[in-house]
Write a protein that binds this ligand. Sequence first.
Ligand SMILES: [Fe+2]
Length: 231
Amino acid sequence: MQHKYLDKIKSLEGPPRKVNIFSGKEISMIQELYTMLPERMFNKKQNVRKKVWEQNYKKELDEIYLNKLKEVLGDFKMDNLKSDKGEDYYGLFHESFAPLPIHVDSGFNPDDIPYKQIVTPLAPIGDTIFFKQRWYGRSTTFTIDPDDLKFKPKADQNDRSDKHIGNKEFDKEMHKKYLTHIDINNLKGMEIELIYNWKVGESLIVDRTHIHCASSRIDQKKLGLTTFTKK
Ligand SMILES: [Fe+2]
């Protein structure tokens, strides 16, 4: 699959942006909401615990969050799945105990126009590595493992691909410092655009077409909130 409205998607792209849109109190409210929400799934393979931001647990916070996002993003639609009642979830809380592999969260519907994702760290230690390379197909996990490449995804699961691979050897120092959880051959041709060092109180706004992964720097676990948007 390739996204249909490529020109439109590209016209909305820009460099990653760090913003301070939430006060300390608001960050605490988001952390509290996280503890209140029911656990949604525990992905054993990725070793990540996920919860979704369901509306109406803390109505006041729902409104604050939506309004602050509107201030920095302009017009947008949520794209984080919906509840049984058809209400948009406001984001995905992910508590990971092992770093995530290289992937892209570009979405699953070719008619959609993927826009920005907002990453809000809720616990201090960790980084997200954004590569210069972008992807305009379905959400994908990038791998060179021949068995993994045979994986046939369901409608809501990531594709597998090795089409991200280029010719240039990946920087050995960078690999050692940030990406030891990834086979260096799976990084061939990749170039780093930004190492986002997580800071509680900050949010990162970045295009959904950027290929990215977590760094190997995790102190037991990492907790963050990601909201996916579309136009
Ligand atoms: Fe991601």
